[in-house]
Write a protein that binds this ligand. Structure first.
Ligand code: NAD
Length: 260
């Protein structure tokens, strides 16, 4: 379905981004990976995904908290393959602290990566998409783009910002063949969430299993994690003709979290 299309997936050396990159490659897209990781591990990811799906795969390790990092990622993709058809803005970080104690440097980093990088990648990828009359921008926001939790000021502010930006880009591209949507996952068991489970276990003297059950029980009525593969499948659907008229939307995949 996506043969001949070029996709960038930011933050795709781990977790949701990796699941999404695999899903898009499975549908035939060439994929530019981005994110941090040991050179050997990243090289083997590139080889595995390319070999498994018969598509072209590259990796650019730019730090997307920097505007010139986003420019480098987009620039290398255009230099290598001449086009960007699908942009998945996924890279994100978390920091947990009460607002009055929130380290200013952590606020700046979360806003830079989780929100500003989405703006920069979008503004750089859009002109080519509009010119060709087809494009898909999928922003991995969060349930925290729709509702809040205590201690997550920067993350919640950034993710609400992503949902707002998604609506604006959806309106500005309506009728051009380009769509822009936000996926809002609940808990997905990735290194980002494992760190929060470990912190909860340490703070409350719980086993990892008990901390995991408590984390899910507090927010996610299904009692189960969303998987990176499910988010990859959802993103691939948004790239299909069935989704041509879905744009500017914030789409939940959260086991009922935001239905409460
Ligand atoms: P993860 O920690 O497993 O992966 C994050 C990825 O981003 C990695 O590839 C990492 O190398 C990359 N990255 C980190 N800092 C970067 C930087 N400065 N520049 C470029 N890349 C950088 O996290 P995840 O859980 O897969 O999260 C991915 C996205 O999904 C994030 O935007 C997160 O907010 C969102 N999300 C996660 C959950 C969840 O429960 N895990 C829920 C909702 C939304």
């Amino acid at each position: 379905m996506l043969k001949g299309k070029v996709a960038i997936v930011t933050g795709s050396t781990s977790g949701i981004g990796l699941g999404t990159a695999r899903a898009l490659a499975g549908a035939g897209a060439d994929v530019m990976l981005n994110g941090f990781g040991a050179p050997d591990a990243v090289a083997s990811l590139v080889r595995d995904i390319a070999g498994e799906h018969g598509v072209r795969v590259r990796h650019n390790g730019a730090d997307l908290t920097r505007t010139d990092g986003v420019e480098a990622l987009v620039g290398e993709t255009l230099a290598a393959w001449g086009r960007i058809d699908i942009l998945v803005n996924n890279a994100g970080i978390q920091h947990v602290a009460p607002v009055e104690d929130f380290p200013v440097e952590r606020w700046d980093a979360v806003i830079a990566l989780n929100l500003s990088a989405v703006f920069h990648a979008t503004r750089l990828a859009l002109p080519g998409m509009k010119e060709r009359g087809w494009g898909r921008i999928v922003n991995i926001a969060s349930a925290h783009g729709l509702v809040a939790s205590a201690q997550k000021a920067a993350y919640v502010a950034a993710k609400h910002g992503v949902v707002g930006l998604t609506k604006v880009v959806g309106l500005e591209t309506a009728g051009t063949g380009v769509t822009c949507n936000a996926i809002c996952p609940g808990w997905v068991l990735t290194p980002l969430v494992q760190a929060q489970i470990d912190a909860l276990a340490a703070a409350r003297g719980l086993t990892t299993d008990a901390a995991r059950a408590e984390l899910l029980g507090a927010k996610q009525p299904s009692g189960d994690f969303v998987t990176p593969e499910q988010i990859g499948g959802f993103t691939t659907f948004l790239c299909s003709p069935s989704a041509d008229q879905i744009t500017g939307a914030a789409l939940s995949i959260d086991g009922g979290w935001t239905a409460q």
